[in-house]
Design a binder for this molecule. Sequence first.
Ligand SMILES: CSCCC(=O)C(=O)COP(=O)(O)O
Ligand SMILES: [Mg+2]
Length: 228
Amino acid sequence: MPEIRAIVTDIEGTTSSISFVKDVLFPYARKRLPAFVETHADRPEVQHWLHEAAKEANYIEASRKEVIDLLLRWIDEDRKFTALKALQGMIWQEGYEAGDYRAHVYPEVAAQLRAWRAKGLHLYVYSSGSVPAQKLFFGHSESGDLTTLFAGYFDTETGPKREQDSYEKIAGAIGEQPQHLLFLSDIVEELDAARAAGFQTGWLLRPPQAIPTEPRHPAYADFDAITL
Ligand SMILES: CSCCC(=O)C(=O)COP(=O)(O)O
Ligand SMILES: [Mg+2]
């Protein structure tokens, strides 16, 4: 196999538990979203993402209440729209800064990221969470501030995670041939798209998930199992 020079990792289900995102972050944003929008609607970046959300849903001249209801529905449906993710990230910032929670990372993750860095690998994040939300996440993790380990961050402004083109753009932005890049994720469709773009892939199947006898991608129960 070609030498791995950089690793691009997903967050939810890969570095971190699905339950932290679904049971802590999403309800936190859901509860505060209506008041957040009402309070911050005059901020240009909030206005921008409210407009983008309405555009995504083909809402013509929607009221603020209609857009808020749309965003709440998207949270309930775990939709990965860029506008929702950007607004969620702004709301989560208050929670991190108030110390309401710290981001979950699996126990072996920080040490393994450091070990890969020590070997000279460059580390990147690609998540549906917005880039500011990713920086907050790794800046306030249960394993401390991990942001210094990462050379860059990608979100759905680069493109959807299940599309080959997104990974081609990421490889171009990193400046490496895709065969030297390893993408780690818990979602097989994301791995398929990365492989189609030429990436090497690693499928995180965290316990209690079982590793199939013939997995579609090299499969690992945790980061320690990934030997480079
Ligand atoms: C960046 S923290 C919140 C993550 C998030 O909102 C999300 O939807 C997780 O998606 P991922 O692509 O990391 O599986
Ligand atoms: Mg994931």
